[in-house]
Design a protein around this ligand. Sequence first.
Ligand code: ACM
Ligand code: ZN
Length: 553
Amino acid sequence: MKKNALFPGLVLFIAFLLAGCTGKDTSQVKENAYPVIPKPVKLVKSSGQFTFTPQTEIKYYPDHAGLKDIGEYFSGMLNRSGGFTMDVAPAARPRAAKNSLLMVLDTTLDMNPEGYLLNITPKTIEIKAKEPRGIFYGIQTLRQLLPPQVEGAAKAENVTFSVPCANIEDQPRFPYRGLHLDVGRHFFPKDFILRYLDMMAMYKYNTFHWHLTEDQGWRIEIKKYPKLTQIGSCRKETLVGSWEGEKEARYDGKKDCGYYTQEDIKEVVAHAKKLYITVIPEIEMPGHSLAALASYPQLGCTGGPYEVATHWGVFKDIYCAGNDSVFTFLENVLTEVMDLFPSKYIHIGGDEAPKDRWEKCPKCQARIKAEGLKDEHELQNYFISRIEKFLNAHGHNIIGWDEILEGGLAPNATVMSWRGIKGGIAAAKMKHDVIMTPNSYCYFDYYQGDKDKEPLAIGGFLPLKKVYSYEPVPAELTPEEQKYILGAQGNVWTEYMATPDYVEYMVYPRACALSEVDWTPAGEKDYDDFVNRLKANLQHLKVMGVHYRPLGE
Ligand code: ACM
Ligand code: ZN
């Protein structure tokens, strides 16, 4: 039944992978010389072009390690793809000499700390910003103005690395521009995470939400609790096809394992830092915790035994809220997490935690009584608030899914609104920061085309145009309340994405559309114009070997 319906889509998908992403979307490259995504606030085109040559100098002012790194990052791209080396050095004064790219920090500029000015003339290029991250975004714009071959890992023949002249003033609309990745349902190797970050940087995303723990796998090494990875990072097999309940289920019989060592995590965080991306780790609690319970059964209400989940869904076994050793465990885990991640925010999950076990557990019921709580929802609030207090005391703030509004909101929490926008509205009205990730606009695990022609997805329907149409600030909020909306994030749950190629297919180009939602002023957005730029812009992803979904269907 289901299998037959999915078959044509699967064939198409495999054919597309084998074809190396060739699509109809190459025709307009030359017609669109300014394919910048997200669209800059102001771009004035002018005639002529600047051409990079081995004689071009990359200069920065003042002498600053961050600017040097950015200069080397950019020269590295042209070194790989153009086969030439450009000098990267501090400038004596903030003035561009002929045939140079000059990056200038100017703290007196009246703009957003992530904004930049980019002026391209036939003789010089100048990027000015208040902070290095603004310069970095100017470089991303420049990169997108170059021929797509600039993304190549090896020297491209017969390519002139020129950019069209323009004067650009640009800054983001929102301070939080996020992409998420669930590595719990399927584990993805470290090298793919590094690549995921590289792609995010090109579209000026500044936050990577790394969903590291799940029912189906615990993916982060915790030195104090080795069983989390010895046991929790492996499941004995995986569901085949979609989850329709236990009776229908078939399993592949193959053990599936994977986790990141602390050294891997440090490498990812260091790479992200170079790309001006903050990595927010998510350690799920009290639900989605079966892998942890399988490793340490005393953390659950019943004491187990538990098994790392082999299918998808919401599970009743969650951390026991009446057991102090659960909090000791989580605080010890979070202590190692805080050492690894410099992010101010730590995501503590909070979603989809059924209260069945807590209702029956003497320890949980004793906690409810001792704390004078009304019910299990207030017990969840007790749980989250207790963890929040611990993290606040160590200089971190929590983010939680919108379920953390139920039973009272932890005092300093930021809310991620996923079940539509209601949670976001409620939190903003309570003067809490909000990140908008409503499933109807931001869930990149939904189908993006006709179900029969697409690879298996979780359900839903979220085509590119709908992502693009998203407006993160709800009309229900007053101007004062609107300030609590920090930005939007695309979520990538990977139940049905077992490989990096599959993830890329689901994420791109929808992430391109969302980048414009997060960056570009609402009044400047125009879908047809976006698609026109996208056709050319996608050539960059193509050269990078990204398995994006071709346009047009
Ligand atoms: C979620 O999608 N369960 C946050
Ligand atoms: Zn309990």
